[in-house]
Design a protein around this ligand. Structure first.
Ligand code: ADP
Length: 251
């Protein structure tokens, strides 16, 4: 397997002098191309801080993050935003859809920003709208569709550029269990068929059970790591056991 992301002795310190606090304390690990990795841990453990540093949104105080052999911690803001747009996809818990744009405009926004040819945009949109069953809502606005539909639109927007890597922060956080299961099946499909590398932060054991490997974070350090080698149900139980071992109240 080829390494896709390398987190190399990464440390994140917030604040100055007397109110300094270490959110991530010297973490190193790699994610291989095509993996589906979950990040779990109690509230305040450093999950979002880690995700943000790996996804170019924030920079480590010390250490390096390399994606596809490129040291993104050395990039300036302009180069970073281009890299982010072309190589990475994001799904956020609250979707971040733009209310003044139609569903179609929301989905094609990343391609339009990159000035991709209109015919190519239309072809990509048609393909993704079919797969995610969005055809009858393309002319609507975000506030006219259901939460489950908004989630599918967010997924469409994240993957229309065919990113090499998809980051998701609590992607099932506002979904009911039926919509969550549909989304997780779809993400599994994208991971297995298109070989897209996935990393997802979640506190939910059911959601995490769709991952192939989970890294547990506690107090800014790696606490444990588990891999799925049997059924999803067995993995779910392993996750619950690890959550009990890690403690720390609300996860
Ligand atoms: P998690 O996602 O696991 O809940 P976070 O990454 O949000 O954890 O936070 C890790 C620690 O860093 C917490 O103690 C939090 O209070 C602190 N923290 C997060 N963001 C900031 C910030 N912008 N400024 C100062 N402290 C922060």
């Amino acid at each position: 397997m080829m390494t896709f992301i390398e987190v190399d002795h990464v440390k994140k310190i917030y604040g100055m002098k007397f109110n300094r606090s270490t959110a991530i304390d010297n973490i190193s690990f790699v994610i291989d191309s095509g993996e589906f990795v979950g990040i779990m841990g109690p509230s305040g453990a450093g999950k979002t801080t880690l995700l943000n540093m790996m996804s170019t949104i924030d920079k480590p105080t010390f250490g390096h993050v390399r994606i596809d052999n490129q040291d993104i911690t050395q990039y300036n803001e302009k180069k970073l935003s281009e890299f982010r747009r072309q190589q990475l996809g994001f799904i956020f818990q609250d979707f971040n859809l733009l209310n003044s744009l139609t569903i179609k405009e929301n989905i094609i926004l990343p391609l339009a920003l990159d000035k991709v040819n209109v015919e190519i945009i239309e072809a990509k949109l048609a393909n993704i709208a079919n797969i995610l069953n969005l055809n009858n809502i393309l002319k609507h606005f975000p506030n006219e569709i259901s939460i489950g539909q908004q989630q599918r639109v967010a997924v469409a927007r994240a993957i229309i550029t065919a990113p090499k890597m998809l980051f998701a922060d609590e992607p099932t956080g506002s979904l009911d269990s039926k919509a969550a299961t549909e989304l997780l099946k779809y993400l599994t499909d994208v991971n297995e068929k298109q070989k897209m590398t996935l990393m997802m932060v979640t506190h939910d054991a059911f959601t995490a059970s769709y991952c192939k490997r989970i890294i547990f974070i506690k107090d800014g350090n790696i606490f444990a790591e588990i891999r799925r080698d049997g059924s999803r149900k067995e993995f779910f139980q392993k996750i619950i056991d690890m959550q009990a071992a890690i403690g720390g109240g609300r996860q």
